[in-house]
Design a protein around this ligand. Structure first.
Ligand code: 4AD
Ligand code: MG
Length: 461
């Protein structure tokens, strides 16, 4: 296999012969020298290849080369006189693998808007920003597994097609093989018993309920998979398809859940700081100033914890600052969340014990009969990054709650069985992987931290 630019840059320049393959980022020329910056995406930096026109035979090819062309270049690795790079290649020859005509290649040297780049998502990974995001995303996915695996959690794969609405929020994409056009023409109501699964089915909004069944068997589990929400929310922090990480622990209470969430985020941030140094430097300098310091301080400080009731009291004191008036019982809006984390806590904050009426059916009812053992982790800039809870493990309370929400309990008998047989206190949470990547990179729009975003009106590629 070819050596990566990352590997070549780490070699010592003892006149080694090397061959590099990659894409030309920039080309600069002086009278006798031509400099190509060649990048292969393996790391942030490219390697400079210097051609001496008088000594190399590459000249005809060289003159036709422009940004985006793919090349194979060979020569000697030598110490670089230029600042910011230890080594460069004194090129002896070159082969052009594929040109990129400057009249039509969309990624010229100038800076493009992220909106424009979203339209050419198949090419945007060739920019510094999107290549850096891809590398960070990959490393963070690995860090998720490292964290849970080293703490006795098993990775489980929950179904993507499901008949149950895990969040009870109804924002689900239906999956069906019924011929909708024929149905429309016939004027008949669809008969789902004739559908592929013999009943209505959907894309999952969360793997939590199935994760609970495994936690109540093997103790600690986590999922890491795609989830889907048909919410009509056109915001910078919502996707219709996103990746969620959902740990679930048996014999655990809300307190354990909060500790896990805090340890988890800190571990992830430390890994990013340690292993994605040059990419983070770029995000810090070019995308969101100070993001590295934020990550460092978050990784080292203790997260604040505040009850929903106290949080609302803080918001009410500043009611003038908001578009939506805060009151006890209101669902916290993004502006409220940001105020709590940015102004009240001045850092990450875990809000607990929300009113039961604004939270999902499975959350454990507190002794006050009004609130549930929920926890949301809020971070500056984004607001909610994690949502979780202790689960209702009492059969009759859970049944009562489901009745009050008119849920069809026959779809959830299997879920209720966990409370019928060997029920245990258990808890878990969900972290949106894209929100995490957004937080680490400082990218403003969630659509820019997943290769091919799916959102309202957007399913290209
Ligand atoms: O708060 P949510 O809806 O919680 C659940 O789905 C629970 N079943 C989790 C659990 O306890 N196992 O979603 C969890 C997280 C949010 O905090 C957010 O980070 C992310 O998932 N999220 C989204 N990310 C991108 N786009 C969306 N539309 C999202 N909706 C939620
Ligand atoms: Mg939530």
């Amino acid at each position: 296999m070819r050596p990566l630019v990352k590997e070549i840059l780490a070699l010592s320049p003892e006149s080694q012969e090397v061959t590099v393959q990659g894409w030309v980022k920039t080309k600069r020329e002086t009278k006798n020298l031509v400099f190509l910056d060649v990048n292969d995406g393996s790391c942030f930096a490219g390697i400079q290849c210097t051609f001496n026109r008088l000594e190399t035979e590459a000249d005809p090819a060289l003159s036709g080369i422009s940004t985006g062309a793919s090349v194979k270049i060979w020569g000697r690795l030598v110490p670089s006189p230029a600042s910011g790079q230890a080594v460069e290649i004194a090129a002896a020859g070159m082969e052009v693998l594929g040109g990129a005509p400057p009249e039509s290649y969309p990624l010229q040297k100038k800076k493009h808007s992220f909106e424009f780049l979203r339209e050419i998502a198949h090419l945007r990974a060739r920019t510094n920003t999107f290549a850096a995001i891809a590398r960070v995303r990959s490393r963070m996915a690995m860090a998720v597994h490292e964290f849970f695996q080293s703490r006795g959690f098993f990775y489980i794969n929950t179904p993507i097609i499901t008949a149950s609405d895990a969040e009870g929020a109804g924002a689900m994409f239906q999956v069906s093989t019924l011929d909708t056009e024929a149905l429309l023409k016939s004027g008949k109501a669809p008969d789902y018993t004739k559908d592929f699964f013999g009943k209505r089915a959907y894309l999952t909004v969360s793997g939590q309920l199935e994760a609970e069944t495994y936690a109540c068997a093997v103790g600690r589990v986590y999922t890491f998979g795609p989830t889907f929400r048909a919410e009509n929310s056109n915001t910078v922090r919502h996707l219709a398809e996103f990746w969620m990480i959902e740990p679930e622990m048996a014999f655990a209470r809300l307190e354990d859940n909060m500790d896990l969430a805090e340890d988890f985020l800190k571990f992830i941030f430390k890994t990013a700081l340690h292993d994605c140094e040059s990419d983070l430097k770029f995000f810090d300098e070019r995308i969101e100033h100070g993001i590295r310091d934020v990550l460092i301080s978050v990784a080292e400080s203790r997260f604040s914890r505040i009850s929903y009731t106290d949080a609302v009291r803080e918001l009410e004191k500043n009611a003038g600052a908001f578009e939506f008036k805060p009151y006890w019982g209101c669902d916290l809006q993004s502006e409220h969340e940001r105020f709590l984390t940015e102004k009240v806590a001045e850092g990450p904050v875990i809000v607990t014990d929300y009113p039961k009426d604004i939270k999902a059916f499975y959350m454990k009812l507190n002794d006050d009969g009004k609130t549930v053992g929920a926890m949301d982790v809020l971070v500056p800039r984004l607001g909610e990054i994690i949502g979780g809870s202790e689960r209702e493990n009492d059969l009759s309370r859970l049944e009562e709650r489901m009745r009050s929400l008119n849920m069809e309990s026959d779809h959830y008998e299997w879920y209720l069985d966990l409370r019928r047989y060997g029920t245990v206190p258990h808890a878990g949470f969900g972290l949106g992987f894209e929100r995490l990547i957004q937080y680490i990179t400082g990218m403003a729009n969630i659509r820019d931290v997943i290769p091919y975003p799916r959102a309202v009106g957007q399913a290209e590629f």
